[in-house]
Design a protein. Structure first.
Length: 152
């Protein structure tokens, strides 16, 4: 089941809805983050290592890491919801396991349990070098609440 979930793509309608929502996030745009893969209950977000997202030692700042982790879990959940639902983070915990170094960070958000009201997601963040090798630099778990979509 896990292998199928990793390779299954979301429908074009879900991809558009998720991407449209992601594009509305000023912080993700400012950081240069982008969704690179989207499947049912699973999303990959890439954040290039840039000076604007660095802390004083040159690593990607924990705030930037936490922001993409939050978005990865949220969009993994949103990919499972109907078009009339949105998602908000209720709580989260992130463990910073190693300095966030590399050419870019790749966050993989996965739904653990999707409920009628609350959804639990986990995320892993990898520091990826230019040769494609990666090192786990953070992991996270979050609880999200499903809310009705508001008119925009």
């Amino acid at each position: 089941m896990e292998d199928q979930m990793q390779h299954e793509q979301a429908s074009p309608a879900v991809q558009k809805r998720v991407q449209d929502s992601f594009d509305l996030q000023g912080l993700m745009s400012h950081l240069g983050a982008r969704i690179t893969r989207l499947g049912p209950g699973r999303v990959h977000i890439v954040l290039p290592a840039r000076p604007e997202a660095a802390q004083q030692h040159g690593y990607v700042h924990a705030g930037a890491t936490s922001a993409i982790v939050d978005s990865a879990g949220s969009y993994a959940a949103l990919a499972l919801f109907d078009g009339q639902s949105e998602v908000l983070t209720v709580e989260y915990k992130t463990n910073l396991l190693a300095p966030a170094a590399g050419d870019h960070l790749e966050t993989i958000g996965t739904v653990v349990k999707s409920g009628r009201t609350l959804t639990v997601c986990q995320s892993e963040v990898y520091g990826v070098q230019t040769d494609g090798t990666g090192k786990l630099v953070a992991n996270s778990q979050r609880t999200l609440v499903r809310v009705n979509r508001t008119a925009q």
